[in-house]
Design a protein around this ligand. Structure first.
Ligand SMILES: C[C@H](O)[C@H](O)[C@H]1CNc2nc(N)[nH]c(=O)c2N1
Ligand SMILES: N[C@@H](Cc1ccccc1)C(=O)O
Ligand SMILES: [Fe+2]
Length: 292
């Protein structure tokens, strides 16, 4: 089955995804894996200043809310002074968990995205949002990708999980399980929470790089649910794209995430393809809500 999307079709979907806005990245100079040069010298002082303001906003919120693995890695990454040079951090990351950063113009085809992850390469968008997108952005920009995702790749177990996810994506494309697998990515890599002896903490990049959701997701008494992650249930749970999450899935540790996703998903995809997915705010009979 031809799972690769032609370049034109893909660019059309990305343009449509960004609500018709002109493609924000320079796809013309990308190679076959959609890799481009970061061209770090071309960032303006205004962009470095916007990065610093985004960074400072997050660091006023994240201590005590982000997991230690994130905070410890971020401190070592020296990314506060302005938009970082990918190659510097990529070398440190490679020495730590064997991952590399590759610069990309923006969203890339799923097949290419999975191939990068399966080879321990994390695609980081090169452009930075506009000042008016300070609180919310539709597509991942360099702040979301670099600040939100890269620190967690310094954790060995999470780094292995991300590679397994990439391999699983290539497999899911062949088995028709893409929609289910995308939910797992959304509820772990983007919006995942982890229980620690000090309390519930954030590891999902979509929260770590956001303004309001950092506080919201750990605030008791909201209408959002906090449920212990059960893999097949997560694969079958719809998610919200442009609001705070109605459900947060919580793990006890990263090893649980790695082990829980090790089994063959083919039977899950088989069962789920005829199942009605749960709504984002579902609470199933045997589930109890955890308190943030
Ligand atoms: C495959 C995955 O579910 C998701 O849709 C992919 C598509 N392409 C992407 N491309 C980039 N650069 N970054 C991403 O996070 C993704 N996500
Ligand atoms: N074990 C999954 C692949 C996978 C690994 C890790 C995370 C997500 C998916 C499969 O067999 O399809
Ligand atoms: Fe992301």
């Amino acid at each position: 089955m031809d799972t690769s999307v032609s370049n034109e079709d893909f660019l059309a979907t990305v343009a449509e995804k960004s609500h018709g806005a002109a493609l924000r990245g320079d796809y013309e100079h990308a190679d076959a894996q959609y890799v481009v040069q970061q061209n770090w010298a071309e960032y303006s002082e205004a962009e470095h200043d916007l990065w610093r303001r985004l960074y400072q906003r997050q660091m006023a919120l994240l201590p005590g809310r982000a997991c230690d693995e994130f905070i410890d890695a971020l401190h070592k990454m020296d990314a506060a002074a302005g938009i970082p040079e990918f190659e510097k951090t990529s070398a440190e990351l490679f020495a730590t968990t064997g991952w590399k950063i590759v610069a990309v113009p923006g969203l890339i085809p799923e097949l290419t995205f999975f191939e990068h992850l399966a080879n321990r390469r994390f695609p980081v968008t090169v452009w930075l949002r506009k000042p008016e997108e300070f609180n919310y952005i539709v597509e991942p920009d360099v702040f979301h990708d670099f600040f939100g995702h890269v620190p967690m790749l310094f954790n060995p177990v999470f780094a292995d999980y991300m590679q397994r996810y990439g391999q699983g994506g290539l497999k899911a494309m062949k088995l028709g399980g893409l929609d289910q697998l995308a939910r797992l990515y959304w509820y772990t890599v983007e919006f995942g929470l982890i229980n620690t002896p000090q309390g519930m903490r954030i590891y999902g990049a979509g929260i770590l790089s956001s303004g309001g959701e950092v506080e919201y997701c750990l605030t008791p008494g909201t209408t959002s649910r906090h449920i212990h992650l059960q893999i097949e249930r997560c694969l079958n749970t719809l998610y919200k794209i442009d609001t705070y999450q109605e459900t947060y899935f919580v793990i006890q540790n990263f090893q649980e995430l790695f082990d829980g996703t090790a089994p063959d998903f083919a039977p899950y995809y088989e069962r789920l393809k005829s199942a009605e997915p749960f709504p984002a705010n579902a609470l199933l009979p045997q589930e109890t809500e955890l308190l943030p």
